[in-house]
Design a protein around this ligand. Structure first.
Ligand code: NDP
Ligand code: MN
Length: 374
């Protein structure tokens, strides 16, 4: 038996769909965002205008950076409690959306602690506050997933917390706000989406619903991501924005694998973008997973789907087009840093998504894989 969550929430898609915020009802809205990008491209001003027209009191909380941690969540939570919102609007990349998910849950459940979360004792329903997610990158799918990825700095640990209470009520997919993404962010976040679709497609718990979504997402992303990166056309940005959401819907019901296991471990130790790490790791991990006959069969099917002979090779070519580094070393992690972090990296990489990798990964497999990727 499998419980698949595809409905139960609204997805409002299409360029200009930010305007659908006019339909919000509420007295006070707490807006969570990242650094500067959503101010610079006018999105925050647009949102504030819509809410002010509706006489909804607003407070903007900004500054959520890459790999958001428990400190950032607590800081935002304190501001959220001051406002007492009935609506939370998370707008930005996956980092502010995830941080806002955890803030909103802690706001709804004042006794909930990070220790509860680490022990997987999470409430399964939001209580009162309505949660609207507006992604500005095209990658994480966080606007439709039951996951929030948070870093526990004291343990150099980045983990995906999961509960239905993290599924946003409304996801607004307006590609206009992704137009300001510079090419390298398009490449990195887009490869996060590719990784979601592919890791889910080769996962042992793939179901018929998620398979169709993952297959569609892989084909769509391979076609439109290079165009979005190179030509930056609104049409290609919109396609990628929609396909990354489908990849999110697919993996949310299935799970991922060793690429995300490693990406969270590396992201917990080094200040690198999540998508970039996934992109670097994906070809190595697919080769590792190809020792399994079923994985080889599914990758062959994906290859037929996108019209190439070898799917791993197609991913490597895509990485080349997107100017993704070929190893962790090339991302700037020095040999000294890598060696110092190595044992912890091996240990943390074995946690999380690696547990559901189609091929079991032992400690020595992981050590060898990480050395290879470096
Ligand atoms: P971030 O949210 O970390 O954003 C990366 C960068 O992109 C920031 O510098 C941000 O700038 C910039 N940016 C965002 N949108 C725009 C835009 N439209 N124009 C210009 N610049 C922009 O990156 P991701 O979206 O990749 O999110 C990564 C996080 O999501 C990771 O922590 C990852 O683990 C998590 N994740 C969560 C999943 C889930 O299901 N919950 C699934 C997969 C990943 P600024 O700060 O100025 O806005
Ligand atoms: Mn991811």
């Amino acid at each position: 038996m499998k419980r698949i969550i595809l409905g139960g929430q609204a997805i409002i898609a299409g360029r200009g769909s930010l305007d659908s915020l006019r339909e919000i009802n509420g007295a006070r809205a707490f807006i969570v965002t990242g650094g500067n990008s959503m101010f610079a491209n006018g999105t925050i001003a647009k949102i504030e205008k819509v809410l002010q027209d509706k006489k909804i009191e607003t407070c903007v909380y900004s500054g959520i950076g890459k790999n958001p941690d428990t400190g950032a969540v607590l800081d935002g939570l304190a501001k959220m409690r001051e406002l007492e919102p009935d609506v939370v609007i998370a707008v930005g990349g996956g980092s502010p959306i995830d941080a806002a998910k955890v803030m909103a849950l802690m706001y709804d459940y004042p006794d909930l602690t990070f220790d509860n979360m680490l022990a997987d004792e999470l409430p399964q329903q939001r209580r009162g506050v309505k949660f609207i997610a507006i992604p500005s990158t095209s990658g994480t799918g966080s606007e439709v997933t039951r996951a929030a990825v948070i870093t526990f700095r004291d343990q150099s640990l980045k983990i995906g917390l999961k509960t239905d209470a993290f599924v946003p009520d409304v996801a607004i997919l307006d590609a206009d706000i992704t137009m300001s993404m510079p090419p390298h962010i398009v490449a990195e976040t887009g490869m996060d989406a590719v990784t979601h679709a592919v890791e889910c497609y080769i996962n042992k718990s793939l179901d018929d619903f998620s398979e169709a979504l993952a297959r569609g997402a892989v084909a769509g992303l391979l076609e439109y991501l290079p165009v979005s990166y190179r030509d930056m056309t609104p049409e290609s940005r919109e396609k990628v924005h929609h396909y990354q959401c489908m990849a999110g819907l697919a993996f949310a019901n299935v799970g991922l694998g060793v690429v995300h296991g490693i990406a969270h471990a590396v992201g917990g130790q080094f200040d690198l973008g999540h998508g970039l790490i996934n992109a670097v790791v994906l070809p190595y991990a697919l080769k590792y997973n190809s020792q399994d006959a079923e994985v080889r069969r599914r990758l062959a099917r994906l290859a037929r789907e996108v019209g190439c002979d070898d799917f791993v090779n197609a991913v490597e070519k895509l990485n080349d087009i997107l100017n993704i580094p070929k190893s962790l070393r090339e991302t700037g992690i020095t040999e000294q840093e890598f060696t110092a972090a190595f044992n912890q990296l091996v240990e943390n990489s074995l946690k999380g998504s690696t547990r559901v990798n189609p091929v079991p990964v032992t400690k020595s497999d992981m050590a060898a894989l990480l050395k290879c990727i470096y």
